[in-house]
Design a protein around this ligand. Structure first.
Ligand code: SF4
Length: 219
């Protein structure tokens, strides 16, 4: 007899979800789906609250992430943690993943074929987390997820409907590091502060009412 996942009890559903996470992690840990497998030290799968309503997606691991196996722990990651904290978001309460799970040599942008090879892991993560909100950090996840050629400067701070999930591009923290002293109105740092506050506002709204508040998709 076929067992439908939606006929499972909450406890059984939890067990199935945990098993799917384990299997996804297990497959990624020994993945040779693209050439990056030959140059990585670690597979940086992702971390955080696996049932968070808020998912952050970056480009790929850098040197510190490759060393530790954890996403966003280098300088850019520390800045992300600070930005989240300033907005009242504890990074342990969100999930953080990347488009590719292995470090491209010299931190180059992952090639389209590398992004495509790794996509099944990201899609599985999104499916299992079921976020209401996704923040796309920088040009690579923005272009990959939204299938756009528009630049991040034009798209940042706007909400897009991606398969029923509200997705917002933001500047990548490594880009902000280049402008760390510039806090003027309209600077990348100032704009990111506006963006993260909007993310926080919608995250609060989702948790309190189950709905987004005044979102104008694409606007
Ligand atoms: S980047 Fe993704 S597809 Fe490529 S080897 Fe690593 S885990 Fe596999």
């Amino acid at each position: 007899m076929r067992t439908e996942i939606f006929s499972l009890s909450p406890k059984e559903r939890e067990q199935v979800t945990a098993a799917l996470w384990d299997e996804c992690r297990r497959q990624a840990s020994s993945c040779s789906g693209c050439a990056l497998c030959g140059v990585r030290k670690s597979v940086v799968f992702g971390e955080g609250d696996e049932s968070s309503k808020l998912l952050f997606i970056g480009e790929g691991p850098g040197a510190d992430e490759d060393e530790t196996g954890r996403p966003f722990v280098g300088k850019a990651g520390q800045l992300l943690t600070q930005i989240l904290s300033a907005a009242g978001i504890d990074r342990r309460d969100v999930y953080i993943a990347n488009v590719v799970k292995c470090r491209p040599p010299g931190n180059r942008v992952p090639l389209p074929e590398e992004q495509a090879a790794c996509d099944a892991y990201l899609q599985t993560q999104i499916l299992l987390i079921k976020p209401a909100l996704m923040v796309l950090l920088g040009a690579t996840p923005t272009k990959w997820i939204l299938k756009t050629t528009e630049g991040i400067t034009k798209l940042r701070g706007r909400w897009f409907d991606w398969r029923g999930i509200a997705a917002m591009p933001m500047f990548h923290p490594s880009y902000l590091l280049r402008y760390s002293d510039d806090k003027r109105q309209g600077s990348p740092k100032h704009l990111s502060w506006i963006d993260i506050q909007e993310v926080r506002r919608q995250w609060d709204s989702i948790r309190e009412t189950g709905r987004l508040e005044g979102v104008n998709f694409g606007g």
